[in-house]
Design a protein around this ligand. Structure first.
Ligand SMILES: [Fe+2]
Length: 442
């Protein structure tokens, strides 16, 4: 990759704003006062990207106008390809009601060159992109850049969580560099390409229903959690590149298709609108929690949520467990023992997760599906019930996260068997928990 291309990237600040951006080399590329003049400035083509129904209420309506060298429609027909890893076939495997934990997913070996889209593997999911209801959770593990190739998802929005290696992402809206401890969202229909400079690994949450929004703050007030101004959207950038075989890889109804065209799709000279990709640095999250007693529910750490039609119930929440102070008095401070009507998928970007110091490693994952019991292991419980409670720092040097969904998740064959990372010993971390009640009764 050409590193110079990625220095001094500029971003637009704010969540869901009406942005307008022109490449500095082409001032006034945006038409004045209208979207579709008879002829656009610089002889560009005018193309709308609709992220919601035309008639969606104003407060949720999402669309952007792209002014580009050639319209997206100029491409050769799509043909199905199969990387054997991406799927929406949720019935391939028998349901597995156990607590599941995966060891870190393999990084590609030096002998094998694999790019972001080639490496994408579906771990679990539910629902159907055709009826716009469901989620899928994928991982990627790649060591080369996508060259003359872009990816586009027709099924939903991607929330990408890099765990190792910075992702240098070209989009139709401009360029973003997304390092571990940052996340980005690339919405339905947006074309993007990923460059890497080392073996890189991470997680992807895909939602079919809706777009991610900031959670309501209720009595917290007007500020806190993820503040809108910390979200960063790329500025317009384009490349006028003719290519013999520029590939578009399309995820469509859970399958991958490939088409080619004679030019780069990153040919948007200017754009405006409120439907655009963004990134966010997790260090900017203002954590709020108890200053008296009891363990607050993890929803207090929600960064972004994709709401369902059921009030207060998310198709998927993206929740983090950041470094913070723990000060609760007379309280069992770790996460409580729990059975949940939501599914909890967890990953670890770095450090040690507070409820289980062993076994859950950066680049690995766990899944506690609908109503599957989970909670702290023996050591964590013993320490938390016996230690002197003073104000302490927790999770320093750590960033774990949760994708929480109201859907029951089916685990794919790749996750269950092929990847060979499923930890058959996971249940053992609770087997040493003792009956302390009977000891008292004796
Ligand atoms: Fe839980």
């Amino acid at each position: 990759m050409n590193k110079i291309e990625w220095t001094d990237l500029k971003y637009l600040s704010g969540f869901g704003n009406e942005f307008a951006s022109e490449t500095p080399s082409h001032p006034n590329a945006l038409p004045k006062g209208q979207n579709t003049p008879q002829k656009a400035p610089y002889n560009l083509y005018m193309e709308q990207l609709s992220g919601t129904a035309f008639t969606a209420p104003r407060e949720t309506n999402k669309r952007s106008w792209l002014y580009r060298i050639l319209p997206s429609v100029k491409h050769f027909p799509f043909k199905k390809i199969d990387n054997g890893l991406v799927t929406h076939n949720w019935n391939d495997e028998e349901p597995n009601p156990n607590q599941l934990r995966w060891k870190p997913f393999d990084l590609p070996s030096n002998e094998k060159q694999v790019d972001f889209v080639q490496s994408m593997a579906t771990l679990c999911g539910a629902g159907d992109a055709r009826i716009r209801h469901g989620v899928a959770i994928h991982v990627y593990s790649c060591n080369v850049s996508m060259v003359d190739k872009a990816f586009c998802n027709s099924d939903g929005d991607f929330l990408i969580v890099p765990q190792k290696g910075c992702l240098f992402i070209k989009t139709e809206f401009g360029k973003m560099a997304v390092a571990p401890n940052e996340i980005c969202v690339i919405q339905n229909g947006m074309r993007f390409s990923v460059e890497v400079e080392e073996a890189s690994r991470g997680y992807i949450l895909e939602v079919f229903d809706n777009h991610f929004v900031l959670p309501n703050l209720g009595p917290i007030g007007a500020n806190g959690l993820a503040n809108p101004r910390d979200f960063q959207t790329p500025v317009a950038w384009f490349e006028n590149v003719k290519a013999i075989h520029f590939k578009i890889i399309l995820k469509f109804q859970g399958n991958l298709f490939e088409s080619h065209q004679d030019h780069s799709c990153f040919n948007v000279v200017a754009w405006h609108g409120n439907y655009a990709p963004f990134k966010y640095n997790l260090e900017n999250f203002m954590a709020i929690n108890t200053v008296t007693f009891d363990h607050a529910d993890p929803s207090i750490f929600t960064v972004l949520t994709c709401p369902s039609l059921k009030p207060g119930t998310a198709i998927a929440d993206f929740v983090i467990f950041p470094p913070r102070w723990s000060v609760a008095e007379n309280t069992f401070r770790p996460p409580y023992y729990h059975r949940n009507c939501m599914s909890e998928f967890m990953g670890l970007i770095k450090g040690n997760y507070e409820a289980k110091k062993e076994g859950f490693q950066p680049g690995g994952a766990s899944l506690h599906n609908l109503m599957i019991p989970h909670g702290p292991d023996f050591d964590c419980h013993r320490n938390a019930t016996t230690e002197e409670l003073k104000p302490v720092r927790v999770a320093d040097g750590t960033m774990s996260f949760m994708f929480e969904t109201c859907l029951g998740l089916a685990v794919t064959k790749w996750a269950n068997k092929t990847c060979e990372k499923l930890d058959g010993e996971y249940y053992k971390c609770w087997q040493t928990l003792e009956d302390n009640f009977s000891k008292l009764s004796v």
